[in-house]
Design a protein around this ligand. Structure first.
Ligand code: ZN
Length: 232
């Protein structure tokens, strides 16, 4: 497959977007070495742009990003795509509303994943962003569609746009790649805060009707639907 001429400009824009968003992963303390990746769908073209495998964050540029089809096959790029490409591709094939996917092994979120324990909804910011707990997805090995299927079947049962894959780490999705990066940053933040609260006692659950009210207000009342900003 080659990239049609009429989407080439769009691909260039998405390459730049994905390259720039990768800077947020080390900036927010979500990644070590080269682990962790962002991808973005090229809307209307059955393509997505993802990080090349094994390239350092400060060496990422629009030009060395990789373009894949929705089966995860390389379409354009000088490097191999991220080893997590199959999981990203599976999400894009099965969740048409998703235009961005992020995966990290950010330490606090991954500590919850290591225990196979969902992060309970005990913070208003969790109700705002995730609409409830951050759930755990199944243990799955890399190499086939197991990780992607585990992500999709878990996210379909929750409002959360973040899932903690058991013994592995968080995957987040969004209506844009930027929204998925924001969910990855906030997932790590709430994982850390709830962990700290646990050291001091028992965090208080937020009643479901209050979670619903917070989620509805935050998702509908602030900013643009794709880019809700927290009020100051
Ligand atoms: Zn991983």
């Amino acid at each position: 497959m080659t990239i049609p001429v009429d989407v080439a400009d769009l691909v260039r824009l998405v390459r730049r977007e994905v390259a720039e968003l990768h800077a947020e992963l080390p900036r927010n303390g979500l990644v070590a070495w080269t682990a962790g990746n962002v991808s973005a769908r090229v809307r209307g073209a059955d393509l997505f742009v993802i990080k090349p495998s094994g390239v350092f964050y400060d060496e990422l540029t629009p030009d060395n990003m990789v373009v894949c089809d929705l089966d995860g096959q390389l379409v354009e790029g000088d490097h191999a795509p991220s080893s997590d490409t199959a999981a990203h591709a599976y999400v894009y094939r099965h969740m048409s509303e998703v235009n961005g996917v992020v995966h990290t092994h950010s330490p606090y979120a991954t500590a919850w994943a290591a225990r196979g324990e969902p992060i309970p909804c005990v913070l208003t910011m969790m109700a705002d962003e995730f609409g409830g707990e951050v759930p755990v997805g199944p243990f799955a090995l890399i190499g086939d569609d197991s990780i992607g299927a585990g992500i999709v079947e878990t996210l379909r049962r929750y409002r959360s746009r973040a899932v903690l894959m058991q013994n592995h780490g968080p995957f987040t999705v969004g209506a844009s790649a930027r929204a998925a990066v924001k969910a990855a940053v906030l997932c790590e933040e709430v994982a850390r805060t709830v962990h700290l609260a646990r050291q001091l006692g028992d965090p208080l659950a937020i009643p479901p009707h209050h979670i619903d009210a917070l989620y509805d207000r935050y998702q509908n009342a602030y900013g643009q639907p794709e880019r809700p900003e927290r009020p100051e």
